[in-house]
Every structure is written in C-alpha cells, then in structure tokens.
Design a binder for this molecule. Structure first.
Ligand code: MN3
Length: 206
C-alpha cells in the first residue's frame, strides 16, 4: 500500500514482546498486538484510502467518525487503534507497585484509598458484559472508573484516559483462559505503568 494511503501505523512496542512475561506472554503479544491490533490498523487504512478524513489526526478522526452517520466501521477501527496504542504504552516490565505520590494523592482524594480504587476498577472490568474496556479517567477534574463496550473510548466523551485495560477475551485468553478477574488483578499489580498514568494526567488532552 502506498505511503499516502496508509496514514496510520502499528506503533512500536516500548519494550520487547517477551518483557512482560510471565504476566503477558510473547505468544499473547504475537496475537493481540501482531494480529488483532495490526488488523485494526490495516482495516482503518483501507477504509481511509482516498477518504477526505485520511489526513485527520487519530483522536480527531475518532470524534468526527463517532458523530457521523454511516461511519461506524471507520470509528470502530480508529477507536480500537487508539485504545490498543494506549494499552501497550500504559504497561511496563515490573509494573504495578507503588504509585508516584502525585497520582496516589488524586486516587485517595476521589476513591478514599488505593485499595478501594483497585477494587472498583477490577469489579467494573469483571462486570463488563461481553467485550470492552475498563478505564481510570479524569472527568471534569475528578478521577472515575468507567467501562466502555466493544470499541468505545472515553475520548469521545471528553474524558482523559489515564489507564485502560482491554477486557475483550482476546486480551487474556492466551495466558488466563477464561479468568478475566485474575487478568485484571495482575494488570493492576504487575503490568500497569503508574508513571505513564501520571504523565497522561499532567499531559495535553488526547
Ligand atoms: Mn484487544
């Protein structure tokens, strides 16, 4: 495919594909990143070939497609590209652990304590019926746990995503089979990058 007709790219992983093992295996990355995420990017580029939206930045494309009748396929693939990109960069080797003090302060302010936040996040992710995502977002200066269905993403509602965990079965079936709750616990305790979450809290809007 020509350069001009492929505006979106599968992002480089910020760590080797085996760096999060045993919590997420290289095999899981081969499928989830190398096949699922890559398929969303390839499909998106096909849909945008010759399209007037081909040069829109990804976040603008998502918001525009979301409010345009007949653009669900572009919206779904663009939103999943954005959702997965933040998922990879929101994890790190030896993740979890102690939060930066500035993030912990905000968590305690809005959830009571870190344990209550983790319980709320895990419970929401486990209760999401079918495919979707569980997020920690900043919504009008307040931190909240929200879930979205399928490809839906908090950025269409003007919420700032600090962390977002994929709860589609393809996200955990290789390493956890059907045990979504175990995956969510492991995500919070061993995978998530609290430093990245704080950077997103302090950074520009998506
Ligand atoms: Mn996925």
């Amino acid at each position: 495919m020509a350069e001009a007709s492929a505006p979106h790219r599968l992002p480089e992983l910020p760590y080797p594909k085996d760096a999060l093992a045993p919590y997420l295996s290289a095999e899981s990355f081969d499928y989830h990143y190398g096949k699922h995420h890559a398929a969303y990017v390839n499909k998106l580029n096909q849909l945008l070939d010759g399209h007037e939206w081909a040069s829109l930045p990804l976040a603008d494309l998502i918001v525009t497609a979301n409010r345009t009748p007949g653009a669900r396929s572009i919206y779904n693939n663009a939103a999943q590209h954005w959702n997965h990109s933040q998922f990879w960069t929101g994890m790190k080797p030896s993740g979890g652990g102690v939060m930066p003090a500035a993030l912990e302060h905000r968590i305690v302010q809005d959830f009571g304590d870190v344990t209550k936040f983790k319980q709320q996040f895990s419970a929401a992710g486990a209760a999401q019926f079918g495919s979707g995502w569980v997020w920690l977002v900043e919504n009008k200066s307040r931190l909240e746990v929200v879930t979205t269905s399928n490809a839906d993403t908090p950025i269409t509602e003007g919420k700032r995503a600090l962390i977002g965990c994929d709860v589609w079965e393809h996200a955990y079936y290789v390493d956890y089979r059907n045990a979504r709750a175990d995956f969510l616990r492991t995500y919070l305790d061993h995978l998530v990058s609290w430093e990245e979450a704080l950077q997103r809290l302090n950074g520009p809007e998506a």
